[in-house]
Ligand binder design. Structure first.
Ligand code: GLV
Ligand code: MN
Ligand code: MN
Length: 432
């Protein structure tokens, strides 16, 4: 049976998507790095990530799809188009997770794209462009900073060597961790970084409360807010807790505390706590870490988000100023770890996603993304968009993260219709 994508009604494409198969695959994937609390700890380039990649490659090979990999470990699975010389339409997300992450962040987008490839195969769909699933390396950034590492390197936003030089908390480099991944995933065809892509669509859980509150199954993503990460290291001197007068201490914790209090005040959103500015300190360490010694070193992370790139930049400047001026008598160094500019997706892709949803008679709303995604960088290379499904209680980066089988299935059906349309029709005249 063959069906030419341009002539196939949306309902028929969507009917080829198998919700049960997709859900089973998601649950199988969630076993790699599963936690006692029902979530996932599958940090980038870890043994759990290697096992998850092996599983995906196994499924792809069983289906006869070709598998490609690039120098940063991004993984591509391809279904051929009638014109193999055309750049592929690509869809996917990431398989790595937060240390106390959920089963759906990233995995949904990868496996929904894989389900689309299988559905198109089952249907015998004929499309001009090849269609590929991608699993980007290290989107989360919790082990190796920056996050979105695979898509940043692929798109040229981060030099490969700088990414590979990143180290984790144990001092292991991404280079060494990636070598272990490569050794375990053999016979992958090489793919050059930056190989052209004709269009990119990423399906993802919303990770926030908006769709659930609106009672809508589909979010048509209009863009993504900007993000900045810093690591602040405050250096003082250790001393005896019982004998050293406060006046002669260089206490790194107290200096860090002053800096954080000033950041909370200076970066407070003018609209109050419901406003768009988001400041998070997610990691904080002290050395030597002893009850009865004054801390000599405090190191903490800053995650800063704002939808407006100009305002985000102004807030980032304040972070650097405050760290530099409030550390005395200690010293503070402020190391930038990640810069992701805010991104608006092209209307044409946004409209195409909205149209795919409408063609299946599904209600949707347009909304921006609060979380960053690989799509933010791939948008530099080609027309890009995203599809959201609801997250229960708006929870994500949490073991309790959940989207129902029905919500997962619905998102995958919309993705299938949008991908088929892109693969049939996208022309080089489309501008990113
Ligand atoms: C992605 O995981 C983010 O932190 O937005
Ligand atoms: Mn994600
Ligand atoms: Mn995430």
């Amino acid at each position: 049976m063959t069906a030419v994508a341009t002539a196939v009604p949306a309902e028929r494409i969507a009917a080829a998507v198998q919700g049960e198969r997709l859900w089973q695959r998601l649950m199988a994937m969630a076993r790699y790095g599963e936690t006692a609390g029902g979530g996932v700890n599958r940090q980038a380039l870890s043994p759990e990530d290697i096992a998850a990649r092996g599983q995906l490659i196994g499924w792809a090979r069983a289906r006869g799809f070709r598998v490609f990999g690039d120098a940063i470990g991004n993984l591509f699975v391809r279904r051929e188009g009638t014109d193999p010389s055309l750049p592929p339409v690509v869809s996917g997300s990431h398989l790595d997770s937060q240390p106390a992450g959920g089963r759906f962040d990233g995995a949904f987008g990868v496996l929904a794209a894989f389900e689309c490839l299988e559905a198109f195969d089952d249907l015998g769909l004929v499309h001009r462009h090849p269609i590929e699933m991608v699993a980007w390396t290290n989107e989360e950034g919790s082990r190796f900073a920056p996050g979105a590492m695979g898509s940043m390197v692929y798109s040229g936003a981060l030099p490969l060597d700088r990414a590979l030089d990143a180290t984790d908390a144990t001092g292991m480099s991404a280079r060494d961790a990636l070598a272990a991944v490569s050794a375990a995933t053999v016979d992958i065809e090489p793919r050059k970084l930056g190989t052209p892509i004709s269009a990119y669509l990423e399906a993802h859980i919303e990770q926030g409360p908006i769709l659930e509150a609106a009672g809508l199954p589909i979010g048509v993503v209009t863009g993504i807010q900007g993000a900045r990460w810093f690591e602040i290291t405050v250096e003082g001197a250790t001393a005896h807790a019982g004998t050293t007068p406060l006046a002669s201490r260089r206490d790194a914790f107290q200096a860090a505390h002053r800096i954080i209090a000033a950041l909370n005040e200076a970066l407070a959103d003018p609209a109050g706590p419901t406003g768009p500015t988001r400041l998070t300190i997610g990691r904080f360490e002290l050395e030597p870490g002893s009850v009865n010694s004054v801390p000599a070193l405090a190191r903490f992370s800053i995650d800063l988000r704002h939808p407006d790139s100009g305002q985000l930049q102004a807030l980032a400047v304040r972070v650097e100023e405050i760290a530099a001026t409030l550390a005395a008598p200690c010293t503070a160094a402020c190391k930038p770890l990640l810069t992701i500019p805010a991104r608006r997706f092209p209307d044409r892709v946004v409209d195409l996603v909205a149209g795919a949803s409408q063609s299946l008679r599904l209600a949707s709303m347009r909304l921006p993304s609060g979380a960053f995604h690989d799509a933010q960088f791939i948008a530099e290379l080609c027309p890009t968009g995203m599809i959201f499904i609801p997250s229960r209680d708006g929870l994500s980066h949490n073991e309790a993260e959940y989207s129902s089988p029905e919500e997962i299935f619905t998102g995958a059906r919309v993705l299938a219709v949008a991908l088929a349309e892109l693969a049939a029709s996208i022309e080089s005249s489309w501008k990113a």
